[in-house]
Structure formats: structure tokens, C-alpha cells
Write a protein that binds this ligand. Structure first.
Ligand code: NAD
Length: 439
């Protein structure tokens, strides 16, 4: 725990509850002041956070700013630009039989909420939900991931010194600390991570009837249609797959395409990867490392799942795995049995769109579905005939940078969503108000 080391999670929650009870977190001025403070933190201390991300994940400075710090700053800016408008009561028509009367809805803060973040984007995935929770007028307990320890320490030191420390607390720790936290009563729990822990979170929440948002993962497919410009496809696939060494929840997990396109695509990917990271990606400052040895060992166990087109080299001491493309991968191979969450891109062959749709529908609902196609019919069919958290054509991952799009999964990839106004809705209760005059 950061500033209140001797306090138990129960003490922390009680302190935040007292603050919420004063009502001060409900004013627009308090909310705006907290968002300003968070912006100041990211602006003044961005370099410290970038250094922590480098220490934890070998994340390059540019990538740290682009995908974590500046990302969160944009989320703050978007929220500040629209907050007053989003908070305006929404009038609702009243049926004639109740006339004269008026009705509207208001966004009511929930109280004390818990945000649990994973290690892969440890700044963004802790702070972007915190932005929504504060904008909605709540007190927040933020639990960073112990698997990104330098970032966890930095956030625990910085957040209480910039934000209202009686309304925002950071609790650091691993399973025992999180288990103790989850035993407390919260008004919402926002969890990002894997589905196994998602189930633990949901079970704990059920004890207190606490609503949950679960931002989980899964295998996000990328369908490549016949006849598309494979230079562009390869460049966009590689840039989004191998960013953060593949440890991105919305990274394209595998490619589905016909055999002929697969042959051409593998050549294009090889050349694009040389452009991105040079002949020796281990020496590229833009290329990250695997978070820990457990994940390193898991990933190296997947490298024999197909014919190696490029990559395959690895070094346990530095937790380096080269950007790897595997061709002619069987749907039954180990690499297709779990979310990869690392720098390995399998190419799986299907006859065409019908088989691709069947392949996707046979598996758990992914967090995102990507497709590269020039055909409107194909686009329409993929949207209509498959289920996923999001669909993006032509460019993976970027949908999550559109603040007005809800970000979240469905089925095994999660429940609920956030970003922009959806964060406000997630962290508020939409309260119905009816007003019938006495006379
Ligand atoms: P992780 O190991 O850091 O775990 C996430 C959080 O859960 C941590 O804060 C950790 O302390 C806590 N935790 C772990 N075990 C627990 C337990 N037994 N009880 C209570 N809390 C516990 O991260 P991870 O789960 O390895 O993250 C990777 C997964 O997250 C992938 O599946 C990825 O797709 C998914 N993910 C999803 C999103 C999204 O936005 N949907 C974003 C990033 C990652």
C-alpha cells in the first residue's frame, strides 16, 4: 500500500467511504480538479512512468508515450471537453395518463469503486478506468499489477501526491492483497486481465451484489481476403501484432486466409518486419521483452506449432523472443489452443470467407475481429454473422483510440465497456426521476 502502509484494505475503503459521504466528490469542480491533477501528473512525471515501463517491459519511450501516457492524456481531454454535457439530466417523455408531470434521468455516482489492472499496459489500463471513475464522481481504490513492479511502485507513489488522497488510494500487491481487497464491499469492480481471475472477481463481487466490468482477452482473428494489397496488410498486421512484443489484449492473435494469399503474405510479413526492427530485432530499441520467465517459457513452447517463416530466435536471460511468423498452422496445434499474448503470429489456412466465418463462430467470442478486404459484402457478412467485442476493418487495434466507441468484450472476452462517455455510464447509476405536481 502506498501512503497508508499500516492500514488494512478495510481501513482504506472506510476512509474513502467517509469521503464519499461528505458529498464533495459529486461536484463538477471536484471532478474537474481531479482530472486536471491527473493530467498534471502525466505531464510532469511522464518520463518517470516511461522509465518504469522500460524497466518492467523493455517498452521503448516512444511506445510508452504513444500507447500509455499520451493515450491517457487524450482520454482525460476528451472527458473534460464533454463532461458537463454528459452529466446534464436527460428529459424523458411522460405518458398522457400521468400529465401534468415531467421525468428525467440523472447520472448518480456509485460510491467507492475498485479498479484492478494487468501488467501489459500498466499505466493506461489502471488510469483510463480511473479517469472514468473520477469523472463520474466516485472514490477509487486502484490496484496495479504486481507483475509490472516498477510501474506499480511509481503509480503508488505519484497518485496520492497529485490527487485527493482521501478519495483515491493505491493498494499494491499480488494474490493475497487482492483477495483481501475483494472481500471488501465496493460499489463497482472494474477488472482487466484474464478470464480465470475474472471468474474469481465475479464470485467475490456476488457476495456484496457488486456490479462488475470484466475486460478480458481471447484470440482475436484477422481475416485476409483474396486480392487485397498485401504490402499494406502486412505492415498493419506487423505494427499492431508485435507492438509491446505481442502482449496486447487486442493484438491480432492469428491470421485466417486462403493458401495462396498465405504464401504471398508470409513474404510480405518477412520484409515488413525487417523494415520495422532491422535484421536483429534484439538490438532494436523499439522492440519489447516478455514480462517474465513463466510467460517466456509458455511462449517458447508454442514456437513449433508451424513452419517458421521468420523469427523463432529467443534468449531466456533477456526474455527476448524474436517477432515470429508461423505458416501452415493446424487449428489443432498448441498455438491455436490459447490466447498467444506474445510475438508469435500463426497463419491458418481456410478455403475462403464461409470457412473463416465458421471457424470464428466455432470458437469463443473474441475481444476484436479484424478483416482486410475490399468487399462491402464481406464486411457486412462479418459484422452480421459473427460476435466479438469490436470489429475493425483495415487497421487492427486503433478502434480503442476512438474515445466515442465503447471498448469491451462479449462472452469469454468480457462484459461491460468503457472509454469516453461509456466510462461515465459504467461508473454511474442512471437514476430515474419523476415529478408530478401536487396540484
Ligand atoms: P495480471 O497477472 O497482471 O492479473 C491482472 C490482475 O489480477 C492483477 O492486478 C493481479 O494482481 C490480479 N490477480 C491475479 N490473480 C488473482 C487472484 N487469484 N485473485 C485476485 N486477483 C488476482 O494480468 P493477466 O491476467 O496476465 O493479463 C493478461 C490478460 O488480460 C490477457 O488475457 C489479456 O488479453 C487480458 N487483457 C485484457 C484487456 C482488455 O482491455 N480487455 C487489456 C489487457 C489485458
Amino acid at each position: 500500500m502506498s501512503d497508508h502502509r499500516s492500514h488494512t484494505p478495510a481501513d482504506v475503503v472506510a476512509r474513502l467511504r467517509d469521503t464519499f459521504a461528505t458529498g464533495r466528490t459529486k461536484s463538477l469542480s471536484w471532478r474537474t480538479a481531479q482530472l486536471d491533477a491527473l493530467r498534471t501528473l502525466l505531464t510532469e512525471r511522464g518520463d518517470e512512468l516511461a522509465a518504469a515501463l522500460q524497466a518492467d517491459l523493455g517498452k521503448g519511450r516512444d511506445e510508452a508515450y504513444r500507447t500509455e501516457i499520451d493515450f491517457t492524456l487524450r482520454e482525460i481531454q476528451h472527458t473534460q471537453e464533454h463532461l458537463a454535457e454528459w452529466l446534464r439530466p436527460r428529459p424523458v417523455p411522460v405518458p398522457d395518463r400521468l400529465s401534468p408531470a415531467t421525468a428525467h434521468t440523472v447520472q448518480d455516482p456509485l460510491g467507492v469503486v475498485l479498479v484492478i489492472a494487468p501488467w501489459n499496459y500498466p499505466v493506461q489500463l489502471l488510469l483510463a478506468p480511473v479517469v472514468g471513475a473520477l469523472a463520474a464522481g466516485n472514490c477509487v481504490v486502484a490496484k496495479p499489477s504486481e507483475l509490472a513492479p516498477a510501474t506499480s511502485r511509481a503509480l503508488a507513489a505519484l497518485l496520492p501526491s497529485y490527487l485527493d488522497e482521501d478519495a483515491v488510494a493505491v493498494v499494491e500487491g499480488a494474490v493475497p492483497e487482492t483477495t483481501e481487497l475483494l472481500a471488501q464491499r465496493f460499489d463497482h469492480i472494474f477488472y482487466t486481465g484474464n478470464g480465470q481471475v475474472g471468474r474469481i472477481v465475479m464470485r467475490a463481487a456476488a457476495e456484496h451484489l457488486t456490479p462488475v466490468t470484466l475486460e478480458l482477452g481471447g484470440k482475436s482473428p484477422a481475416f485476409v481476403d483474396r486480392g487485397t494489397d498485401l504490402g499494406v496488410v502486412a505492415a498493419r498486421l506487423a505494427a499492431t501484432k508485435f507492438m509491446n512484443a505481442g502482449q496486447t489484449c487486442v493484438a491480432p492473435d492469428y491470421v485466417l486466409t486462403d493458401p495462396e494469399t498465405a504464401r504471398e503474405l508470409e513474404k510480405a510479413l518477412g520484409s515488413v518486419l525487417r523494415d520495422l526492427y532491422g535484421d536483429d530485432p534484439a538490438a532494436s530499441p523499439a522492440y519489447g521483452r516478455i514480462v517474465n520467465e513463466r510467460h517466456f517459457d509458455r511462449l517458447t513452447g508454442l514456437l513449433d506449432s508451424g513452419r517458421t517463416v521468420t523469427g523463432g530466435d529467443h534468449d531466456r536471460a533477456s526474455r527476448y523472443i524474436a517477432p515470429t511468423v508461423l505458416a501452415e498452422v493446424s487449428p489443432d496445434s498448441p498455438v491455436m489452443a490459447e490466447e498467444i499474448f506474445g510475438p508469435v503470429l500463426p497463419l491458418v489456412e481456410v478455403a475462403g470467407l464461409d470457412e473463416a466465418v465458421a471457424f470464428i463462430r466455432d470458437r469463443e467470442k473474441p475481444l476484436a475481429l479484424y478483416a482486410f478486404t475490399d468487399s462491402d459484402t464481406t464486411r457486412e457478412r462479418l459484422v452480421q454473422e459473427t460476435s466479438s467485442g469490436a470489429v475493425a476493418f483495415g487497421l487492427p487495434v486503433a478502434h480503442l483510440t476512438v474515445s466515442d466507441l465503447p471498448f469491451g468484450g462479449v462472452g469469454e472476452s468480457g462484459m461491460g465497456n468503457y472509454h469516453g462517455r461509456y466510462s461515465l455510464e459504467t461508473f454511474s447509476h442512471r437514476k430515474a426521476v419523476l415529478d408530478k405536481p401536487l396540484r
